[in-house]
Write a protein that binds this ligand. Structure first.
Ligand code: XUL
Ligand code: CO
Length: 435
């Protein structure tokens, strides 16, 4: 039984192919810097977008055609979706997936019934993982869609809602462990505020930290070996989210004694919503040794919200892959396509075009990034730019042992000239040589 009868298993056909249902650049076993592409890229599909996104927008309802879905909240329907999803993974050659508890299984009348439904669907996920060899990149709990979470979960003014959120997280971490997930993501969908007129910010942030400490305690108590990842986003749906960007998250984790237990999951469209480039956010995370995983998508310069479009920008992909290669590659994390089709692209075939495009974009980004690294001119330029710091005084400053008096002695003897050219245009031209 096939749910995508008109779609073949997608093959690599090379750059000259004109077959829209083929890879032009993603060649999973091709070695880049000595490792197969598939191991560098670790692509994941997002269950919530592939299987559950109806493609509604603020002005109209869903358009997505899902002929396999009977529209009910039954466990059988949820289990059927799992089979459809794994056929999708098999045909696209995507090795990993990510899910929220409420994407895969229905929320029923009571928490106990919802837990039971989740257990049943997790059984089907496990079966399909074993049948296909596909793996769980990360799991998470949806603490933002149900009306009870309209004022947050871990930062809700209601203790009952906070407790419900904790119960969902406890269960979702256990299910993630059972399915062998590499990580567990905390995206604080509504952990923030709409107006400070009703908000005790300090108290809410204390609650968020307490919530995360309890999650760490649970993780340790069950021996879950995966990583915990916070996914920054500055706003939308709320006016301000406490996990607004990578730097704010790192500071929060430091301040509350959580820094050793968490890394970050950086999403492209969230970076731009925060007023940063993706490269900035990735660099902040990687420099702190905290870049765990990536949600790969893009925004639209003309639309001011989280449009979650599929990545098609080769320049952006090469910037991402430069950071990933520099840190030595992903460990537990990967590239999760947290991306949805446009509302107009409503056929099942569009799901394939969307993911093929994202995979080929990142394959090109990877190849270009590796070529830039092999060439070495950009790295050399940056190294030379700081060469004055290799002097004895530079080393003394960098090791924190110099004094202002020493700087004064140096400045008196060596009047500061104008630094050498920053060379931005020269470097930008170099990058374009590789595209
Ligand atoms: C929302 C978003 C989420 C997280 C997981 O903007 O990115 O889908 O990735 O909760
Ligand atoms: Co995301």
């Amino acid at each position: 039984m096939s749910y995508f009868p008109d779609i073949p298993v997608i093959q690599y056909e090379g750059a000259k192919s004109r077959n829209p249902l083929a890879f032009k650049h993603y060649n999973p076993e091709e070695l880049i810097e000595g490792r197969p592409m598939r191991d560098h890229l670790r692509f994941a599909a997002a269950y919530w977008h592939v299987m559950r996104n109806p493609l509604a927008d603020p002005f109209g309802g869903g358009t997505a055609q899902m002929p396999w879905d009977d529209g009910t909240d039954s466990v059988e329907n949820a289990q059927k979706r799992v089979r459809v999803f794994f056929e999708f993974l098999e045909k696209t050659g995507i090795d990993f997936y990510c899910f929220h508890d409420r994407d895969v299984a229905p929320e029923l009348a009571t928490l106990a019934e919802s837990h039971k439904a989740l257990d049943a669907v997790a059984g089907t996920l496990k079966e399909e993982q074993q049948r296909t060899g596909k793996k769980l990149l990360w799991g998470t709990a949806c603490l933002f869609a149900h009306p009870r979470f309209n004022q947050g979960a871990a930062t809700s003014p209601s203790l009952d809602v906070f407790a419900h959120g904790g119960a969902q997280v406890k269960k979702a971490i256990s299910i993630t462990q059972e399915l062998g997930g590499g990580g567990y993501v905390f995206w604080g969908g509504r952990e923030g505020y709409s107006t400070l007129w009703n908000t005790d910010m300090k108290r809410e942030m204390d609650h968020l930290a307490a919530f995360l400490h309890m999650a760490v305690e649970w993780k340790k108590s069950i021996g879950f070996q995966g990583k915990f990842w916070i996914e920054p986003k500055p706003r939308e749906p709320s006016t301000h989210q406490y996990d607004s960007d990578a730097a704010a998250c790192l500071n929060f984790l430091q301040a509350y004694g959580l820094i050793n237990e968490f890394e970050l999951n950086i999403e492209t469209n969230h970076a731009t919503l925060a007023g940063h480039t993706m490269r900035h956010e990735l660099t902040v995370a990687a420099d702190a040794g905290k870049l765990g995983s990536i949600d790969a998508n893009r925004g639209d310069e003309l639309i001011g919200w989280d449009t979650d479009q599929f990545p098609t920008n080769i320049y952006l992909a090469l910037e991402v892959m430069l950071v990933v290669l520099k840190m030595g590659g992903f460990r537990e994390g990967g590239l999760n396509f947290d991306a949805k089709r446009r509302r107009e692209s409503h056929t099942p075939a569009d799901l394939f075009h969307a993911h093929i495009g994202g995979m080929d974009t990142f394959a090109r980004g990877l190849k270009i990034a590796a070529a830039i690294r092999a060439d070495g001119r950009i790295e050399e330029f940056v190294k030379n730019r700081y060469s004055s710091w290799n002097s004895p005084l530079g080393q003394k400053i960098e090791s924190g042992k110099a004094t202002l008096a020493e700087l004064e002695a140096h400045a008196l003897a060596h009047p500061a000239g104008i630094p050498a050219s920053g060379g931005q245009e020269y470097l930008e031209n170099l990058v374009n040589e590789f595209i």
